[in-house]
Design a protein around this ligand. Structure first.
Ligand SMILES: Cc1cc2nc3c(=O)[nH]c(=O)nc-3n(C[C@H](O)[C@H](O)[C@H](O)COP(=O)(O)OP(=O)(O)OC[C@H]3O[C@@H](n4cnc5c(N)ncnc54)[C@H](O)[C@@H]3O)c2cc1C
Length: 497
């Protein structure tokens, strides 16, 4: 066994030498990392329970270098994992052991801000928040606002179709991107979409957005900018029952109101954040809703009246309305700090990301509560309620292998409950490696084969971020074998391994 392990290590070292030598021919030394201590910072993304050192990390500075790197990798059969800031939560940027990481961290140029067309053209390594900062002098901003916006990149946002608090009213990344320029695994430069509001032909722009680095490497993006609202106010509503809170969310949308943000936090979440940031939350409430209105002062005043009426009618026990901008930001500070607050009450947390129809939010929360006893783990819920996009944070200790196993099983169970309630296994964090098994539950074999066919149309050699996003037939068969639901074996026709 020892001899086998040694020969595997030697085999890896030899392959690494070959790959590094090939890349050295095209990249200057400061654009290539291959020593373990240099590649270690790239061994995981935000899904840090999975770690793997790549053979090398390429940090190109120009599009021509990206082209040459992928051409070399294609020629010698090396998988390439594109990477932005590595904040992804589903393992999309987790390295592949026999592959390289291609970091776009040096593509940080804001190419153009056009206040007349209300667009910004940026390189993929530009941080999400930096786009709004560049647009601010013109009274404009970029609406999709993931909570990670100070760090995550536009390339990552495009690849994950990222969302955020304001996406309920202003749309996800896919609704706010006009054009993407990218390099395929053949080294070819392709453009999707256009600067015009519509482009002829099939809408491949929408196919690229959310493709998790599996189709092409994004090298430039043109996004839409919108005027900053004149004012905003937030209503903080308390509920004595999480199900009532969920029903109030559905009722607000049913009343024809599209708030600028509609977020929900349960009691474990408000307790954790309150001791951290002191946002002024009602700690007796089983759940709170943050409902934001933005626009002109007249529009906001009218919407707040309508929103509070619906909330009262659906059982809100207490309503607080922000009176100043400072108070509005204070109310939001709790929501924005919920993830770090989870890190203060538990050694580790596992952030799930499933979506359900709004009217079933309460049902899912009730099921999660039952699962807490089943798996013997606590869970905090903080989520984009208006989109039905749930983010249960499962609290566990990663040093205990059994707790990690239970946390993963708990997470998978939540996603399957989302599917049963008519939802999906991902809302905004992507599939990556985290949700491959859950994809087996959501999609049939024929559907998964169609996904692979689209992948091969972009990347016939299957070298660009392979093993992510789409589960293989064998994997689903294996998962099915282990996973018996209600006594029934799924996919009984498939061979078992
Ligand atoms: C605290 C915290 C809060 C978060 N909140 C939100 C939230 O509110 N909403 C939300 O949607 N997400 C959220 N996320 C998840 C994450 O920030 C987003 O998915 C983000 O878009 C990832 O961007 P990144 O630059 O870090 O990409 P990475 O993690 O580096 O990569 C993500 C995926 O994109 C691919 N990729 C990256 N760059 C390129 C490129 N140039 N070309 C092709 N493929 C590429 C990678 O291969 C990978 O599959 C949060 C994460 C954290 C840690």
């Amino acid at each position: 066994m020892e001899a086998l392990a040694q020969s595997a290590t030697e085999g890896r070292a030899e392959r690494q030498r070959e790959v590094v030598q090939a890349l050295m021919a095209t990249l200057p030394p400061h654009c290539l990392l291959y020593r373990d201590e240099d590649t270690a910072p790239y061994e995981c993304d935000g899904l840090s329970v999975y770690r793997q050192l790549p053979l090398a990390v390429a940090l190109p500075e120009t599009e021509a270098q990206v082209q040459r790197v992928v051409q070399i990798c294609r020629r010698i059969g090396v998988p390439v994992v594109p990477r932005g800031a590595g904040t992804g939560l589903s393992g999309g940027a987790t390295p592949i052991g026999h592959g390289i990481v291609l970091s776009l961290a040096r593509f940080t140029k804001i190419v153009d801000v056009d206040p007349y067309a209300r667009t910004a053209t940026v390189q993929p390594g530009v941080r999400n928040l930096a786009v709004s900062e560049a647009a601010a002098p013109y009274g404009l901003y970029y609406a999709p606002d993931p909570s990670s916006q100070i760090a995550c990149t536009i390339g990552g946002n495009v690849s994950e179709n990222s969302g955020g608090v304001h996406c309920l009213k202003y749309g996800l990344t896919v609704h706010n991107v006009l054009r993407v320029r990218a390099v395929t695994m053949d080294g070819e430069i392709v453009e999707f979409g256009s600067l015009a509001p519509d482009a002829p032909g099939l809408d491949l722009l929408a196919v690229m957005i959310g493709s998790e680095g599996m189709f092409a490497i994004v090298t430039e993006v043109t996004v839409k900018l919108i005027p900053k609202p004149q004012t905003a106010q937030v209503v903080l509503a308390s509920f004595d029952d999480v199900v009532k809170g969920g029903e109030a969310v559905a009722a607000i949308i049913a009343a024809g109101i599209i708030p600028a943000g509609l977020e929900m936090m349960d009691k474990p979440a408000t307790r954790a954040v309150e001791s951290f940031v002191g946002a002024g939350y009602d700690l007796d409430a089983a759940a709170i809703l943050l409902c934001e209105s933005d626009g002109t002062p007249e529009e906001v005043a009218e919407e707040i009246v309508r929103m509070t009426a619906v909330l009262r009618e659906h059982g809100a026990t207490r309503l607080q309305i922000s009176r100043t901008e400072a108070e509005r930001l204070k109310f939001w500070s709790g929501r924005k700090n919920a993830f770090p607050a989870a890190g203060r009450v538990s050694p580790d947390y596992y952030c799930m990301d499933g979506t359900v129809p709004r009217r079933t939010i309460g049902m899912l929360l009730a099921r999660i509560e039952t699962m807490e006893s089943k798996y013997g783990l606590r869970c905090m819920n903080v989520f984009h309620a208006g989109d039905g996009n749930m983010h249960p944070l499962i609290l566990f200790n990663g040093n205990d292998p059994d707790e990690l196993r239970r946390a993963e099983a708990f997470g998978a169970d939540i996603l399957e409950a989302c599917v049963e309630l008519g939802g999906t296994v991902t809302g905004e964090h992507g599939v990556g490696i985290e949700k491959l098994n859950s994809m087996c539950v959501q999609f049939s074999e024929a559907e998964r084969a169609a996904f692979f066919a689209v992948k091969r149309a972009f990347d016939p050699a299957e070298l660009l971020n392979p093993t992510k996003g789409i589960p293989t037939r064998a994997r689903c068969a294996e998962y099915g074998k282990l996973h018996v639901r209600g006594g029934l074996l799924p996919h009984p026709d498939l061979p078992r391994f």
